[in-house]
Design a protein around this ligand. Structure first.
Ligand code: MN
Length: 297
């Protein structure tokens, strides 16, 4: 298994650990961005306050292990993500949103923030925000899983998706081994979120990403005897399109990115997050070439 160590990124006072995109691994199926937030404790100050900013060409997936995250967007949506509640925002051609710790919070935050690249046929669609409160559970010998999107062990999580993909959070009991069934058509990634494990003789470090090539029927993951391990499993059919990423935009050409930047700066296309109290984010200057997000670029 190829392993990818996280890179620390400062999001204005909040340090997160980025696992995608990295030079060693740009995508896993349509999954093109993966940040780990926390686990952290905080008292009076809010842990998170990301002012309104735009997205194009993606879905954002917010999944929490602890705490709360308040989402507001330019469609007028307002929703609090909590453990077990999936927030799924489809940007399509353009949306703006903010992410804050709500006033009524637990003082804890541990979250996974992901982007899914939208395929060509859907990337210019109208934006939409979905909240799902009913993620299915799966009992497995040695542990259990919650299916976040797609399918695991014949259990399907209903959700708005646009290409073949899946995500699940798996808990493996201390000292036990779980065999996770995989789709042969998918590539996969494993990320231990809490605790450590092993797989096929390889140690799985907390907050690192382990990549599995397509063609596998299963992967076995064992928890250390000292405690259980909670693992994020991501999968998807290799994304057959070259994408460009710059700031919060996923596109195909530099012209699309500069047009989106110009529209944001001119208050066109994306709308305003009316319910957010404060200024929105300004786009950084467009200087560098956008980063190709997969090797086909
Ligand atoms: Mn965002």
């Amino acid at each position: 298994m190829q392993s990818v160590a996280p890179r620390a990124v400062d999001l204005g006072g909040l340090t997160v650990r980025r696992l995608l995109p990295r030079s060693a691994r740009r995508m896993i199926g349509p999954w093109c961005f993966l940040d780990l937030v926390g686990p952290l404790s905080f008292t009076s100050a809010a842990a998170m306050d990301v002012p309104p900013h735009p997205h194009i060409g993606i879905q954002t997936v917010t999944w929490l292990l602890e705490g709360e995250m308040l989402h507001k967007d330019s469609l007028g949506s307002e929703a609090v993500a909590r453990p077990g509640v999936l927030n799924l925002m489809t940007s399509g051609r353009g949306i703006a949103h903010s992410e804050e710790t709500p006033a009524d919070h637990s003082g804890r935050l541990h979250a996974v923030q992901l982007w899914v690249a939208l395929p060509e046929a859907h990337r210019d669609r109208e934006p939409v925000f979905d909240e799902y409160r009913d993620r299915p559970a799966v009992e497995l010998p040695g542990g259990r899983a919650t299916v976040i999107l797609g399918e695991l062990a014949q259990t399907h999580a209903v959700g708005r998706t646009f290409s073949p993909m899946m995500a699940a959070e798996v808990t493996i009991d201390a000292g036990a081994e779980v065999v996770l069934p995989l789709s042969r058509a998918f590539e996969h990634g494993l990320v231990p979120l809490i605790g450590m494990g092993t797989s096929e003789g390889q140690t799985l470090e907390t907050d690192s990403l382990y990549y599995l090539e397509p063609g596998r029927d299963a992967v076995a993951v064992r928890a250390m005897a000292s405690g259980p391990v909670r693992v994020l499993l991501l999968g998807g059919a290799p994304f057959g399109e070259s994408i460009l990423m710059w700031w919060n935009f996923v596109a195909r050409t530099t012209d699309e990115i500069t047009a989106a930047r110009d529209d944001w700066q001119a208050h066109r296309r994306f709308g305003e997050v009316e319910r957010y109290a404060g200024a929105r984010l300004e786009a950084p200057p467009f200087l560098a070439r956008p980063v190709p997000a997969n090797p086909m670029s």
